[in-house]
Structures are given as C-alpha cells and as structure tokens.
Write a protein that binds this ligand. Structure first.
Ligand code: NAD
Length: 390
C-alpha cells in the first residue's frame, strides 16, 4: 500500500513575503505573468502589493480582474479568452480561494482547444496537466488552495460545484503573507477560518489519512483552534492573523494529501444551489456532521478536540463529545446562521434535498467519512441542519 504526497515546489511564508514575488518568478525562470484576481483587490489597492515588485523588476504583468466569488465555468472561459490575447508564461492567482481557483482552472482548461469545457475535467477525470504554472498568493486564511491539488468550479448551467483534482491544479509555488489578511472583514474571517478548521479536521478523520497528512492536520488544528476567535474579534491582531494564515495553508496540505469527507461532500451542493459562500456552508454543516460520525471515529475526534483546545480530557468519549459541543459553540460565537436564518426558503430547501444528497454522494467525499452515510442519512442531516441554532 502506498500513498502519494504532493505540495508546491516552493512556498515563501511570512509577513511582507509578497514583496518577493519578482525574485520568486526569476528563480522559477518565469517573466510574463498574468495576474488573476477580483475587483475588490483592484479597488482596495491590495493588488499593488503584488504588481509593484513585478513592475520594479521590469516585468509587465497583465491583470484579469473579473473573477467572482465561487467561480463559474463561464468566468474561467472569459479568463482563457483574455489569456490567449497575451503572451504569458505563468498565472499568478492573487486573492481568496476564488481567484486562485480561477487561475488553476484556467491553466487546466487551456490544455484543451478553444471548444474545451470545464465539465470534462471534473472528478473522476485526473486533471494532471496544466498549460502553464500557477503561483498562488492567498489573501484569506481559509481555503488552503495555494497548497492543494484541487480547484472548485461551478457549472453555471447545471448549478453544480464541480471538484477538479489532479497535479495540474497544484500551484508550482505560493507566497503566504498574513499581512494581506488584516483587511478581511469579521464575517469572512469567520467563514474562511472555519473552512480551514474543517479541512484539518476532515483530513484527520478521513479514511484516506496517512502519517504525513496527520502531522499537518494536527498542527493546523493547534494553530487555528486558539486563534480563530481572536482574529474574528481583533482584526489587527498580528500573531492571530499569522497563526491563522499558516494554519490554513498547512490544513490545505493536509487535505490535499488525505482528501476531505462528508462536510465538504454535503457543502458543495449547498453552495451551488443557494449561493452560500463555501466557508459558511461548511460551518453550517460542521457540528451536525461531526456528531453524526462521532462514535465511528471517536479516538480521532477526541484527539482533534484536544488539539483545537476544546478538551483536556484523556477520556476519548468525553473529549469527542466536547468537540461536537465546541464546534456548535464556535458557530454561535462567530454568528454562523443556519440555512433558514441565512434566508433559504424552506420549500426550496426541501425541493433540492434529494438532488443535493445525490450530488454529495457522487462527489466521492462522503466515502472518506469515519461513518459513511447512505442517501437517506444525508437527507436527514440536511433537514437537521436547516433549522440548527435557530
Ligand atoms: P473568496 O475568494 O470568494 O473571497 C470572499 C470575499 O472576500 C470576496 O469578496 C473577496 O474580495 C474578499 N476578500 C478576499 N481577500 C480579502 C482581503 N484581504 N481583505 C478584504 N476582503 C478580502 O473566498 P474564499 O473563502 O477565500 O474562497 C472560496 C472559494 O475557494 C470557493 O469557490 C471554494 O469552493 C474554493 N475552495 C477551494 C479549495 C481548493 O482546494 N482549491 C478549498 C476550499 C475552498
């Protein structure tokens, strides 16, 4: 039995590290970047932190800034059209997970001809090839996309969040600079932070966990556990932002090497059908889905509780219970709404339950859960989550 370990070739980590972008490209033999980002990065001036060092080094970066949150295949196609008008040797994904995922998807889709569709690359297809390297610079402490072999793209026509996986989605390099996250508002800090926590937790309890991913997942939980609330309440707390950023990247490495499980499997359909931001849909599901698997994965859930700081008990049953309770309390403190409080219509939720459960199962992620659910159990979980905390 073997397992394959992947991570970017180079990661530069630390406050102010984004200033090293031009030197990094030089080391990698790259000189003609297209920066893929979103309108907020341009309007807020954050993008200058990436562009200025490139311009100072004599490069002439182009910018595609039309990415949207939870990117669609339509946006990726627009990005490809922009890419083909220039002469570029790499993509820089600058922003939250959405711009980074867009850049990755562009690099993959560009391996095809002008008629290629993103849908053809979704799992179980192995998206191992990219037309050019991607350098990722995250500005949220959440997705870990800078270090993962995944990109998530919504099929706009079918309302399906497609998981695209393979070496082609793994950035060649990343710059992880927590100073880019000071401006993240509390709601997004909470959602992205719980996203990172759910990556670490799901990687740790995944049936595909291995000794390498375990080490990364446990360290990520130790970094995120004590710092998420602080980053939420005190946006300018540098040590908390730094720990969250590193924790999110390490959690990305963990789940990229172990896969995620039921939370993510159920979360993607919620995001696709009801346009709930990715981190928030994970957060809505995390307490109930954790409780669902608690008995089946008790020892690992208990260890997670200790690393996050929810329990100091050596008794696994006690610590595992503290995890489920701690996650619910965390949601309450961070103001995570249940789907009903988010504004999702009860009839619309009910009407989609069957389809969402089928899509969750088809993604393959639920099969990695300590307790593998059938379709009826997934529907029951969706029903329970709808009015939770309300
Ligand atoms: P996002 O990129 O959609 O950004 C959310 C909002 O925060 C946007 O309005 C953005 O402009 C803003 N923002 C970003 N950085 C900011 C900053 N420094 N200051 C102020 N505002 C800032 O959110 P996200 O949660 O980072 O990414 C979500 C996407 O990532 C989803 O599409 C999800 O499916 C995907 N994802 C991918 C992976 C992967 O491995 N590839 C893993 C998890 C999630």
């Amino acid at each position: 039995m073997s397992f394959t370990l992947v991570s970017p070739r180079c990661m530069i980590v630390g406050g102010g590290a984004v200033a090293e972008i031009a030197a990094l490209l030089g080391k990698l033999g790259l000189a003609r970047p297209l920066v893929v980002t979103d309108p907020f990065m341009v309007a807020s001036g954050l993008l200058r932190r990436c562009l200025d060092p490139l311009l100072a080094a004599g490069m002439q970066p182009a910018v595609f800034s039309d990415t949207i949150p939870e990117p669609t295949d339509t946006v990726v196609e627009a990005g490809i059209a922009f890419l083909r008008r220039g002469d570029h040797d790499c993509l820089i994904g600058f922003g939250g997970g959405s711009p980074i995922d867009t850049a990755k998807a562009m690099a993959i889709l560009a391996t095809g001809d002008a008629t290629a569709k993103m849908r053809a690359f979704k799992v179980p297809f192995a998206a191992d090839h990219a037309a050019m390297p991607v350098i990722a610079i995250p500005t949220t402490a959440g997705t870990g996309s800078e270090a993962t072999r995944f990109t998530v793209i919504t099929d706009a026509e079918h309302d399906e969040k497609m998981l695209i996986a393979g070496l082609g989605a793994l950035p060649l390099a990343a710059i992880v600079d927590y100073e880019l996250t000071f401006s993240v508002p509390p709601r997004t800090t909470a959602d992205t932070g719980i996203d990172a926590l759910s990556h670490a937790l799901e990687a740790y309890v995944s049936r595909r966990a291995n000794p390498y991913s375990d080490g990364q997942a446990l360290r990520a939980m130790e970094l995120i556990g004590p710092n998420l609330r602080t980053a939420f309440h005190e946006p300018n707390n540098a040590p908390a932002r730094e720990a969250m950023m590193l924790g999110a990247t390490i959690a990305g490495i963990a789940f990229s090497n172990a896969s995620v499980a039921l939370v993510h499997g159920m979360s993607r359909p919620v995001g696709a059908h009801f346009h709930v931001p990715h981190g928030l849909s994970n957060a809505m599901l995390l307490p109930a889905v954790t409780r669902f698997g608690l008995a089946a994965g008790q020892a690992r859930y208990a260890e997670a509780a200790r690393r996050i700081g929810f329990s100091g008990s050596p008794d696994d049953a006690v610590a595992a219970e503290a995890l489920a309770e701690g996650l619910a309390a965390l949601n309450a403190e961070l103001g995570v709404p249940a789907p009903r409080a988010f504004g999702i219509d009860p009839q619309a939720w009910d009407d989609r339950l069957d389809l969402m459960a089928a899509q969750a199962l088809a993604s393959g992620s639920p099969a990695n859960n300590p307790r593998v659910p059938d379709k009826a159990e997934i529907v029951a979980l969706y029903r329970a989550v709808y009015a939770a905390n309300a």
